[in-house]
Design a protein around this ligand. Structure first.
Ligand code: PMP
Length: 424
């Protein structure tokens, strides 16, 4: 830990909080974040030479594990041809084609450099298309650090947005409405009262950002019906679930066609790529065809596109069957440990995304997630870390399996969890 400690001290001198994205600072679990020197397959190595089985996977992009050979090769070859031109490249057309074929609801797609840019731009084009100003989001869903989406709550289901972050004027979030996830009647009421002012309803169709929370049966289908009736565009934020729960994301699994979709993470194979796309008539509102301006110096960057193509071209039905097998094994092994140790906890899982919420029986929305015992999670996190298992450093983040994890990794994880949680 010595080198990590030293680096963290230096980093804090030069970088706010020592990190370039807040969760990396381990504020909610305490302790010194490990500085990582390399990753290979399902494992990462810190600067002090300790190895961990990694369940963060760069927060989702690394579905093949670290240093996936095809992705590394594609990036190396692309880099040798030049890193950026600011002009169109063949790879962008290929990636658009791959996205369109996995997501039939996406007639047209635009590439950006992060999930945040994808959601920000999707909201803008939805506003341009509908000529309405409002946005409806769910409490506890995270869509990047876009001003108008950095709103989590109001009590009582639905309210005018109050910004979550300093530096976001309340005027910027005054057009953001919120409802509790899985509460259809709140959405119905809001659309009834405010529907004509609302351009888009944005949702993580399977939530990763409260920890994993699943939609109740029929919830997403009903959102589709309600939004269509109200003339509100339905935006699936599949930045996390896209190419992860199925190649075509939650929309493939449910057969629901949103009007717009946001992608990120896996679509860039660990390099900075986001994407948003959907109906042609909506996307054609974007410049240069339409009046909604959106642009990026490094959008469709050739290295990032090469990484994305190599990553998603290596994903087929077998990949998702394998991830489900691994996920089910992990779920049943951890459930057994929790049961035998008489630990009150709820394990939520969707395919290769999972979260253990301590101290609660049920988590279907943000209020229930927040009722979880984050101190117990922090203890679990550190116990697992000591034994060489790197979990998300927060109760409210999804853990990820990759295709590089093995049955042996999972069994060892369950054994370590049994040790950490004590004798029955
Ligand atoms: N949407 C969702 C569902 C996300 O999980 C995230 C990031 N975790 C974002 C948007 C923002 O993506 P980025 O961090 O690439 O800006």
């Amino acid at each position: 830990m010595k080198k990590s400690e030293k680096l963290f001290a230096e980093a804090r001198r030069l970088i706010p909080g020592g990190v370039n994205s807040p969760v990396r600072a381990w504020k909610s679990v305490g302790g010194t974040p490990r500085f990582i020197s390399r990753g290979q397959g399902a494992r990462i190595t810190d600067v002090d030479g300790r190895n961990y089985v990694d369940y963060v996977g760069s927060w989702g992009p690394l579905i093949h594990g670290h240093a996936h050979p095809a992705t590394v090769k594609a990036v190396q070859e692309a880099a040798a041809r030049g890193t950026s031109y600011g002009a169109p490249t063949p790879g962008e057309v290929e990636l658009a084609e791959e996205i369109h074929s996995a997501y039939p609801s996406i007639d047209k797609v635009r590439l950006v450099s992060s999930g945040t840019e994808a959601t920000m731009s999707a909201i803008r084009v939805a506003r341009a298309y509908t000529k309405r100003p409002g946005v409806l989001k769910f409490v506890g869903c995270y869509h990047g650090h876009v001003d108008s989406l950095l709103v989590k709550a109001g009590s009582g289901g639905a309210t005018f947005g109050i910004p979550d972050s300093e530096g976001v004027p309340s005027a910027f979030t005054a057009l953001t409405f919120t409802a509790e996830f899985n509460d259809l009647s709140a959405v119905e009421e809001l659309l009834h009262v405010k529907g004509r002012e609302i351009a888009a309803l944005i949702v993580e169709p399977v939530v990763g950002n409260m920890g994993v929370v699943l939609p109740k049966t029929g919830f997403l289908e009903d959102l589709r019906k309600l939004t269509r009736r109200a003339g509100v565009l339905l935006v699936f934020d599949e930045v996390m679930t896209g190419f992860r729960l199925a190649k075509g994301g939650v929309q493939e699994l449910t057969g629901i066609a949103p009007d717009l979709t946001c992608l990120g993470k896996i679509v860039g194979g660990g390099l900075p790529v986001g994407a948003f796309g959907g109906r042609s008539d909506v996307m054609d509102k974007l410049a240069p065809l339409g009046g909604a301006y959106q642009a990026g110096t490094l959008s469709g960057n050739p290295l990032a596109v090469a990484a994305g193509l190599a990553t998603i071209r290596d994903l087929g039905p077998k990949s998702y069957a394998r991830l489900e097998t691994l996920g089910a094994r992990l779920e049943s092994a951890l459930r057994k440990v929790l049961r035998e140790r008489r630990v009150k906890a709820k394990l939520n899982r969707a395919g290769s995304m999972w979260t253990v919420f301590f101290g609660v029986d049920w988590v279907t929305n943000f209020a229930q997630a927040q009722a979880a015992d984050s101190k117990a999670y922090a203890q679990f996190f550190h116990g697992m870390l000591e034994r060489g298992f790197y979990l998300p450093p927060s109760q409210f983040e999804a853990a990820f399996l990759s295709l590089a994890h093995t049955e042996a990794d999972i069994d060892a994880t369950a054994e370590a969890a049994a040790e950490v949680l004590g004798r029955p």
